[in-house]
Design a protein around this ligand. Structure first.
Ligand SMILES: Cc1ncc(COP(=O)(O)O)c(C=O)c1O
Length: 486
């Protein structure tokens, strides 16, 4: 068949050397201790036998992620060719490590950097590690749907006007919910002002090579783009890519930053899957129109289910793999999620107003039928809730703020626990994050507003999951003792 013949032409450089090695039935005189999957507890035989033969280490012929010259270098070159980048890198610590390495590479301690406020918490970790001074800028929220549309180019322009010394900007796009920012204009605005751009494209690894999908930060020419290959491509969890689009970013510097942020024993299972995900995407490119049409049809069928419907942003493009479903009347997204799970469909996340599914990047009619059947049944079985008590209103982010303390001052300051009701205007000593989506409501070092505090309380009371907020059970929050600011 013509298609499979073309698929056969796709190369998998890292996978090929790993598989050749396995076929030699090698004796392991090296780490890891499971010895190619031969040493294991009996109860987990199937696990070790299925994964062990490829979970090897930097032995002859298998290359080294931190100084690649052979199969890994070739696999990264294939990645760079597919995406059309200056250079591309495999990452085994997720976009979390990729974001840290990107910031560490592009900015220096003390640099002011504009940061989209609804960023993932890994960006906050990256800010701390790289010692930059963040200026948080609120995204635009669409009135009708409540979706974050990301940073608007005109807001960014204003931010550069107010903070002319800023070295660059960190954008998140697509959002967790699939809304894609106007990246071409954002990059043009930043570069026009002589500023650098990092895009956390954790949810958009599939966008650049598939032209029917919305524009990617790679196509828009951001300086560094970080992608969780594991989120939308067939890569193992923690597998990510970092792409460089700018000649001013030195590959050796980024490689060194990635080494600093990751294990010295990177997983070959993850790296092989990154090679696989790139090859898979290449294959999907060849059948892209059919694939795109199929995904649209699945969305159409989901949207037609009585009692629910797909919510899409009206003022931004969106990723069709992300399906935001409204819960049936008088129910919450949380209750809808529970009903979906009873039908065997596990979703990405839910909140009071919605449930989020990520569709597979695959033409699979049987799976699509099962998803549609599960949603149809779940709509009928979702339990009603007393809405007024449950639904916290979304937090409102200040338009532009810098942190009250530098990260160094935070490390030197002492911390006290106070009731939420007394923390208005206090400087938070902890970051509190509804997870997922992992976007901090309150950030360490930020002055709390009553709106943020109320949101956290009602989210907790409604049973939403939070990271941070260690004292919330006692209705308290950790803050810095003001007079001791270092
Ligand atoms: C926008 C965004 N950036 C970064 C990350 C971290 O990605 P990873 O899980 O690959 O470390 C996430 C995780 O959900 C995310 O949503």
């Amino acid at each position: 068949m013509a298609l499979s013949y073309k698929f056969d032409s796709v190369k998998y450089p890292l996978w090929e050397v790993l598989e050749r090695h396995r076929q030699k039935s090698p004796l392991s005189g090296h780490v890891p201790g499971h010895k190619n999957g031969d040493v294991f507890p009996e109860a987990m035989r199937s696990f070790y036998e299925a994964t062990g033969p490829w979970d090897v280490t930097e032995i002859s012929g298998l290359d080294d992620l931190h100084a690649p010259e052979g199969a890994i270098a070739e696999a990264e070159r294939a990645l760079s060719e597919l995406y059309g980048t200056q250079a591309s890198f495999f990452v085994v610590g997720g976009s979390s490590a990729g974001n840290c390495a990107a910031l560490y590479t592009l900015f220096s301690p003390g640099d002011q950097v504009i940061v989209q406020r609804d960023c993932h918490r890994s960006i906050l970790d990256a800010l701390v590690l790289s010692g930059v001074e963040p200026i948080f800028v609120a995204p635009a929220f669409e009135k009708e749907t409540g979706f974050s549309l990301g940073l608007l180019p005109e807001t960014l322009k204003q931010a550069f006007h107010e903070w002319p010394g800023a070295a660059g900007v960190i954008i998140t796009s697509p959002s967790y919910y699939g809304a894609v920012a106007d990246l071409k204009r954002i990059v043009a605005t930043a570069h026009g002002n002589g500023k650098k751009v990092i895009v956390d494209e954790a949810h958009g690894a599939h966008l650049a090579p598939l032209t029917s999908f919305p524009c990617s930060a790679v196509e828009a020419g951001a300086d560094i783009v970080v992608q969780s290959a594991h989120k939308t491509l067939p890569a193992l969890t923690m597998g990510a890519y970092v792409h460089v689009m700018s000649a001013s970013v030195k590959s050796e510097t980024l490689r060194e930053s990635l080494r600093l942020m990751q294990s010295s024993s990177p997983s070959y299972l993850i790296m092989a899957s990154l090679d696989g995900a790139r090859g898979y995407l290449h294959e999907q490119q060849m059948i892209e129109l059919t694939l795109f049409k199929f995904i649209k049809q699945v969305r159409h069928r989901l949207n037609a289910i009585e009692g629910t419907g797909i919510i899409v942003p009206k003022e931004a493009s969106y990723d069709p793999l992300k399906v935001v479903l409204s819960p049936p009347d008088q129910t919450t997204g949380w209750a809808f999620q529970q009903a979906l799970e009873e039908q065997g469909l596990y979703v990405e996340l839910s909140d009071p107003q919605l449930v989020l599914l990520t569709l597979p990047l695959k033409i699979d009619k049987d799976k699509a039928d099962r998803i549609i059947s599960a949603v149809t049944k779940a709509v009928k079985n979702t339990e009603q809730s007393e809405m007024d008590k449950l639904i916290p209103s979304a937090p409102v982010f200040p338009k532009m703020t810098s942190l009250a303390y530098t990260f160094a001052q935070m490390r030197q300051s002492s911390i006290v626990e106070v009731p939420l009701s007394q923390a208005d205007e206090a400087v938070a000593a902890e970051t509190i994050v509804p997870y997922p989506p992992g976007i901090p409501v309150i950030m360490q070092g930020e002055r709390c507003t009553m709106e943020q505090l109320k949101f956290v309380r009602s989210w907790k009371q409604a049973g939403g999951h939070l990271q941070g907020g260690t004292a919330l059970d006692a209705d308290c929050i950790l803050i810095y003792r003001e007079e001791e600011k270092g």
